[in-house]
Design a protein around this ligand. Sequence first.
Ligand code: PNS
Length: 164
Amino acid sequence: MVHAVYPGSFDPLHNGHLDIIRRASKIYDRLTVAVLQNPLKDAYLFDVDERVAIVEDVVRHIKGVEVDSFAGLLADYMQRVKATVIVKGLRAISDFEVELQMAHLNRQLNPSAETTFIMTATRWSYVSSTRVKEIAKYGADVSKLVPAATHRKLRERFGHPVSG
Ligand code: PNS
């Protein structure tokens, strides 16, 4: 039984993340979406409980997927939950450079965890949480970029209709 972990900030979850979750869940027996707790206060738009709640809402019908949060090193978390595969999504070369470095370091820290990459679907390759938040902040439509649960939460947070 292969237990994989898809770690990230998910601030907030967007359709690119969801696509990776769906595809990874077909490859691995068990997939934990692991939401990073705030290393710095105010670093994120949503606190860890809100980010976890969004992911839980969105993945509840996807078989074999669970949601958790973690603080500290991913390598330690992998050991704690006895998971052997790290799943990362890759959009572009810029992602690759960062991810390559993290994959080498994580492997050094925890040799029993193997990093695997899934290429982001072409249609979501330009979507990032940072851009989603920026667009939503100004009230423009992000409904095609994020799941409904994220959309609702953005509307609540910005206190104005994020159209769609
Ligand atoms: O969604 P993000 O912000 O790109 O995710 C980055 C994340 C959470 C995967 C990465 O920052 C991480 O693993 N943080 C935990 C701390 C850690 O292990 N740092 C060393 C990585 S080599």
